[in-house]
Design a protein around this ligand. Structure first.
Ligand SMILES: [Zn+2]
Length: 195
């Protein structure tokens, strides 16, 4: 039986499972309808801490503190990131095992971490390819004499859409075979750009 360190995937999972508002309220902040509350990090007479929707975290307009749920708890209880993350897992009874793990659970965690890192690599690589193509298209769209002018007009908005997808939903993008095939096509397209 072993205790283990939290991995990146755990941080992501905690952030995904808990909303900023839920966490702030759990630790005693009374969030009003405008999504603000008294800042717990100093004496605050007017609600100056803003809780952002869509789990974009929090920001205090008085003291300038901001961050995500983990930062919030870390600051509130004077904990380092990993301790704050463990506290959230325990306080909210999240199904993320990190204590007294059996070897099988350790292995399971290892797999989860590897999967996370693999996805991160895919995301970075896909982003790099799309961004490169996007820049080539941008240049071409400014020059009607360019042999790629029409292609640029046709493809620019599509590539911008794809960049948004890879940023927001890398996992779904990875699972979409057609999208991955298209990525390979774009890579070859870039390689033959000047021919
Ligand atoms: Zn503040």
């Amino acid at each position: 039986m072993k205790n283990c360190h939290l991995c990146k995937a755990d941080y992501e999972e905690v952030k995904q499972r808990l909303s900023m508002r839920q966490v702030a309220e759990y630790y005693g902040c009374r969030v009003n309808r405008r999504g603000t509350c008294l800042c717990p990090f100093h004496t605050d007479n007017h609600p100056s801490l803003k809780i952002y929707e869509n789990d974009k975290g929090y920001y205090c307009f008085t003291c300038g503190n901001g961050g995500d749920v983990i930062k919030f708890v870390g600051r509130l209880f004077h904990l380092r990131n990993e301790e704050a993350c463990r506290k959230l897992i325990e306080d909210f009874a999240l199904p993320i095992a990190f204590k007294d793990l059996s070897y099988r659970e350790m292995r399971e965690r290892g797999r989860k971490d590897a999967k996370y890192r693999e996805l991160k690599r895919f995301k970075a690589e896909a982003y790099r390819v799309l961004k490169k193509y996007w820049m080539l298209l941008c240049d071409a769209s400014r020059d009607p004499a360019s042999p790629h002018f029409e292609e640029a007009l046709r493809e620019l908005s599509i590539i911008e859409y794809r960049l948004g997808c890879i940023r927001e939903w890398p996992e779904e993008y990875r699972a979409d075979r057609e999208a991955v095939r298209k990525l390979g096509e774009i890579e070859r397209r870039i390689a033959g750009w000047d021919e």
